[in-house]
Design a protein around this ligand. Sequence first.
Ligand code: GDP
Ligand code: MG
Length: 442
Amino acid sequence: ALSEKLSRIVKEMRGQARITEANVADMMREVRLALLEADVALPVVRDFVARVKEKALGQEVVGSLTPGQVLVSVVNRELAATMGQGVADINLAAQPPAVILMAGLQGAGKTTTTAKLAKHLIEKRKKKVLTVSGDVYRPAAIEQLKTVTKQAGAEWFPSTPDQKPVDIAHAALDYARKRHFDVLLVDTAGRLAIDEALMLEIKQLHATLNPVETLFVVDAMQGQDAINTAKAFKEALPLTGIILTKMDGDSRGGAALSVRAITGAPIKFAGVSEKIDGLEVFDAERHAGRILGMGDIVALVEQVTAGVDMAQAQRLAAKVKSGEGFDLDDFLDQIRQMKKMGGLSSFMDKLPSAMAAKASEADLSRAEKDIKRKEGIICSMTPLERRKPDVIKATRKRRIAAGAGVHVQEVNRLLKEFEQMQGMMKKMKGGGLMKMMKRMGG
Ligand code: GDP
Ligand code: MG
């Protein structure tokens, strides 16, 4: 239902030159819904939407873009900017051992992430790492940390359920100093819901350990509740970073925006599997696309603007024949024509065999999925950039990638592909291309 409505609105908005109060209202309502569907907390959605609206108003709609496209790209950019602030890697600037305190609800992934971080610090930062568990309520939790610490190749400091967490902290700190560890990772207990005793305990741990990083571990699948959890932990502790876990799940991950907005702390890492190596540096641009369901929206926008146009194909052929440059607008037309004409594989069937032979079946199905992303990338470029791709420098590439919700590498890949296509077009000459287009059009 969301897509249908958006589709209609985008259609109605075509041909308008500027984003105005009038044309932005419906579109923003849909963006708001998309954010709520992604489980971003309501107050955060409200703030965000208001901010984006302000930025979008008055934006010019250039070239063949629609106000909808421009708006979506503003939303996407703003989302990425909001979530992407701050330094990603772990801060270890402290008298060794640098202490990292893990905080969060039970089941958020603290113990798993402690081991993942240990592995990261050992392998990427060449540190000597010790872990310790302050989860004295569940003997199994201490054992769990021991097991995963071993997998990480770090050392584990023993603790037992009859000890007080603060005493464990003192003992581990002492041991880490004497044995010259660079880092001490402190895993803690969590409850299913926030409770006073737990908060007091972790505050005491914080005071004892004076950690250089206090990381809030939060489940990306957590919905509207994420905001309350984040508030409680922010009030109790000076959080220095966030780690979002279970990003491999099928949630849209709106918790990222909520938690970032509430705590003000940077999102440092993302957990992407249960395994010890399932930790990635958080990618704000990619995550913005996920929250917004950007792919769908961009595809919708394209669907409205696309359409087989033989006159266009002939113009293209004439252009190539007359020696005029084949540019990214032509490339985009070509991509859209392919889609309309039954996909890339049927297009390939019609190509000279030498060219088609290069593409295997697997290549083809992957390429089909790629088409939508390519359209998104080209649509995020200005008309000048499409005509003269040479003018696209690094900063613009990043902007284009953000607008399309893809990695910069994908923009680079597309530009390279375009170059190849351009070379091919030159070789085929106008006549061959014309014939090919005619055959395709039936
Ligand atoms: P804790 O109670 O906060 O210490 O949470 P645990 O580390 O014990 O993790 C709870 C559950 O979530 C375990 O089954 C983990 O394997 C799982 N888990 C943690 N992080 C991830 C992740 O990034 N992806 C997936 N799929 N599972 C995770
Ligand atoms: Mg645990």
